[in-house]
Write a protein that binds this ligand. Structure first.
Ligand SMILES: Cc1ncc(COP(=O)(O)O)c(C=O)c1O
Length: 421
């Protein structure tokens, strides 16, 4: 019998044993032998200000000593109120309410349910969604349904509700997309369009333009299709602006946030709602109520961590660090773009990515992944390639020496002739 007691996420039970991490500081993680790893992917894109940040730790400690948790129906508390205000301050002006949950998938699940009930409360049945090909929105059933249908969701295929996937918009394909939506709408009432703005994360760090997205959002809203921005990965400065949606002039109707919300400290998700959504639920008849919630909804400790992270995020120093990382990435991507082993080098804010040229198909199941991961781990760099897609998304506290270590590592990898394509 296998004596290791944990079943890890996205991990085959045949995988080699995981590395035990005992501490973290800034952009570094340390294992039990005190070997350090540069966290170049912000621990699954959650960490903004570095590990074990003393300011966040202090605020969490204070909150734990004041109120660790309280039921969130019939009761409220200052950390949630202050956080809601801080979030509304960075959301589009027409946003009115924050609904709390626990993670990115539940933030998406809430948005999908709200979109369906938005129609229901107005006497309409709309239960089909539009989503982008190659999307990833999480692993709960609704989130899986709107994601790309692939090996992740194959066992559950028959249980997923109807979603029409459209290509990622470009200036060239917009007319076909509009035509497809027009045709669909003749007999399929569409509850909403969900999308990862500007960068599709788990689908391979695919980047697309705000102009094309903006045209699609305008078209959807003109056709009464709610727009749901899944900013779980792109939120809180990742793409250079506070939200990726800020690059578009058309605001969404709902925004999902999680990951960086607590600076990577604790689990928290939110679904932010525009006034239009809220107004469809404002009715004394209980049938209009949004009957959804989780035991740990708006956990005060998580809200305190999020407030502390927001304090750090809006500091001029952090904003300068985001700009600096974006500049470093641009320069580095420019340097390696023409390398014969590099394909489609790209960057958006603090995210940079490229495909390693390989004789296998590009994508998550490309077997180069393990080779790349091991190469970098041996050199004290934590990367988690998406198949043959290598990307970086460091915490904003990464310094020049550390980013140079990362870039040097990548160049070394590219010039390593033993690692054949
Ligand atoms: C865009 C997007 N939405 C939703 C999710 C799901 O978030 P979580 O893993 O916190 O459930 C992710 C996770 O990677 C994501 O990238």
């Amino acid at each position: 019998m296998d004596t290791y007691p944990i079943w890890h996420p996205f991990t085959s039970l045949q995988s080699p044993p995981p590395i035990e991490i005992v501490s973290g500081r800034g952009a570094l993680l340390f294992d039990k032998n005190q070997k350090s790893y540069l966290d170049a992917i912000a621990s699954w894109w959650v960490n903004l200000h570095g590990h074990a940040h003393p300011y966040i730790a202090q605020k969490v400690f204070e909150q734990l000593n004041t109120l660790e948790h309280v039921i969130f129906a019939g009761f409220t508390h200052q950390p949630a109120l202050q956080l809601s205000q801080a979030l509304l301050a960075i959301l589009p002006a027409n946003f009115e309410k924050i609904f709390f949950s626990d993670n990115g998938s539940t933030a998406v699940e809430v948005a999908l349910k709200m979109a369906v009930q938005y129609a229901f409360n107005q006497g309409e049945q709309k239960n089909t969604f539009l989503a982008l090909e190659n999307a990833y929105h999480g692993d709960t059933f609704g989130a899986m349904a709107v994601g790309e249908r692939n090996a992740f969701s194959a066992p559950f295929q028959e249980m997923l509700f109807r979603v029409v996937h459209i290509p990622v918009p470009t200036e060239e394909n917009l007319p076909q997309i509009f035509e497809k939506i027009n045709q669909l709408q003749k007999n399929t009432p569409l509850a909403g369009f969900i999308y990862e703005p500007l960068v599709q994360g788990a689908g391979g760090m695919n980047m697309y333009t705000p102009e094309a997205l903006n045209s699609l959002l305008q078209f959807c809203q003109k056709n009464n299709i709610l727009c749901i921005a899944d900013e779980v990965m792109t939120g809180f400065g990742r793409t250079g602006k506070m939200l990726a949606s800020d690059y578009c002039s058309t605001p969404p109707d709902l925004v999902c946030l999680s990951k960086g919300i607590t600076g990577g400290t604790m689990a928290l998700g939110v679904t932010a709602c525009s006034e239009k959504i809220v107004s469809a639920f404002r009715n004394s008849d209980s049938a209009y109520t949004f009957f959804h919630g989780h035991s740990y909804t708006a956990n005060p400790t998580a809200c305190a961590a999020a407030l502390a992270s927001m304090d750090l995020l809006i500091q001029a120093e952090t904003q300068a660090a985001i700009r600096q990382i974006s500049t470093w990435h641009k320069e580095f991507i420019g340097e390696i773009a023409a390398h014969p082993r590099v394909k489609n080098a790209r960057t958006c804010g603090t995210i940079a990515a490229f495909e390693l040229v390989s004789d296998e198909a590009d994508g998550y199941f490309n077997t180069k992944r393990r080779q790349i991961e091991v190469y970098f781990l041996e050199r004290g760099i934590l990367l988690r390639p998406l198949g043959n897609t290598i990307y970086f998304m460091p915490p904003y506290c990464i310094n020049l020496v550390q980013i140079q270590q990362l870039y040097r590592g990548v160049k070394g990898f590219l010039s390593n002739s033993i690692l054949a394509a």
